[in-house]
Design a protein around this ligand. Structure first.
Ligand code: SF4
Ligand code: SF4
Length: 395
């Protein structure tokens, strides 16, 4: 098999438009212009993928999302769409056409917490009802996605319990800073409190009968390590067999960098040209020396498959422990948690290990054309008018 036959893991950012107002992400202030967004012709040029994540912004803002999914199914074994769950009708219609598609709806906690963080009117009820409808339609690959932070950490286990009762997937993340989130100031303030809630979740996952959940437990263990600013538990191999493509056709290693890193552009190049270009090599070299230590599922899931022995050994040890105790996992297995508790490191020292930079200029990865439209109106005004127009056309 030559390199171009190797299936990759890809994330397709179909738009930077978003109708939510999340506290940990400013993407809604920096939308892309619809006419510049990835076309079907460009999507056709993507390589074969064993896994494709479709994301945004809010991907369902694109009225041609079904055409995108149809095209991507020709080259992808599995597709999961990340959404804020607002456009219930569009999500349900898509699920009818593609019952095998995965849907992850971001819900940031129980009702009050979610609505406060996400800034969407009735966001929780809409998200929850959409998930329920999808489940009732018989869709198997549906679930919650939660970005854990100080404000919602106490809701982590209660929300997991709800998703578990509904027989759904439960994906977690924590705060990151990057051009993609148009944010540089995200930081966990009360690390022990957040870690304790992860610890409770990890113990629940370990006690389940599902091997998938045991490996999720490992992922959450990695999140504790991440919020304490420690080196990743597994190497980051983004841009080697994994890529992101943004709404402008720019192919990037990941969504965690401070500035947008570009390997090439799929609107103007072929896949093989850009993937084997000197620019792509330069980006790979940067990845090799990257010190941002992200722990997001997009970069961790491929690493967990590639270096499977490491999570597998961790799972084996903790499953063995679970035969003898109700609490097989302790956050204090992480040396840094002990060091912080024992006063050997200070909060200031841990803050310095994070990517939070209060003085930094925030990058947004927008094209010049998309930036220009922000001179006259705010991102929120542009997207609100855009959605109002779409809904009017429908009526
Ligand atoms: S996190 Fe997602 S839903 Fe929230 S503002 Fe950013 S892109 Fe929109
Ligand atoms: S650690 Fe990996 S995912 Fe994070 S910015 Fe660096 S290369 Fe990207």
């Amino acid at each position: 098999m030559n390199n171009s036959d190797k299936k990759l893991n890809g994330t397709v950012i179909v738009t930077y438009r978003c109708n939510a107002r999340c506290t940990m992400c400013n993407r809604y202030k920096a939308p892309s212009k619809p006419e510049e967004e990835l076309s079907i012709d460009t999507i056709k040029k993507l390589p074969k993928m064993y896994f494709t994540n479709i994301t945004g912004g809010e991907p369902f803002i694109r009225t041609d999302i079904a055409d995108i999914v149809r095209e991507l199914y020709k080259i992808s074994d599995r597709i999961v769409i990340s959404t804020n769950g607002f456009f219930t009708d569009r999500i349900v219609a898509l699920a009818k056409e593609f019952p095998q598609v995965g849907i992850r709806i971001s819900i940031e906690g129980l009702e009050a917490t979610n609505n406060e963080i996400r800034g969407l009117e009735n966001g929780y009820q809409r998200g929850y009802q959409t998930l329920k409808t999808l489940r009732e339609m018989g869709m198997k690959d549906v679930g919650f996605g939660m970005t854990v932070q100080d404000r919602n950490a106490p809701d982590l286990v209660p929300l997991y319990d709800i998703s578990d009762e509904m027989g759904m997937e439960f994906a977690t993340a924590s705060l990151h800073n990057s051009f993609y989130f148009v944010e540089a100031k995200n930081i966990i303030k009360d690390r022990p409190m957040v870690a304790e809630n992860f610890e409770k979740l990890i113990n629940k996952l370990l006690k389940s009968k599902s091997p998938k959940k045991w490996f999720r437990a490992y992922f959450n263990h990695g999140l504790i390590n991440y919020i304490y600013g420690q080196p990743r538990l597994l190497p980051c191999d983004m841009s080697f067999d994994t890529f992101f493509i943004d709404p402008y056709g720019d192919v990037m290693p990941c969504n965690g960098t401070k500035d947008k890193e570009v390997m090439g552009n799929l609107n103007t190049q072929t896949w093989d040209e850009l993937w084997n270009s000197p620019e792509a090599e330069k980006v790979r070299n940067k990845v090799r020396h990257c010190d941002r230590q992200c722990w997001m599922i997009g970069s961790v899931s491929p690493a967990m498959h590639k270096y499977i022995w490491k999570p597998a050994w961790w799972v084996f040890k903790h499953k063995l422990k679970s035969l003898f105790t109700d609490k097989p996992y302790s956050m204090y297995e992480n040396k840094i948690c002990c060091d912080y508790r024992d006063g050997k490191v200070t909060k200031e020292q841990l803050d310095k290990c994070s990517t939070c930079d209060m003085c930094s200029v925030v990058n947004d990865g927008l094209s010049e054309m998309s930036k220009a439209q922000l001179k006259e109106r705010s991102g929120e005004e542009i997207v609100d008018a855009d959605i109002a127009g779409q809904l009017e056309t429908k009526m």
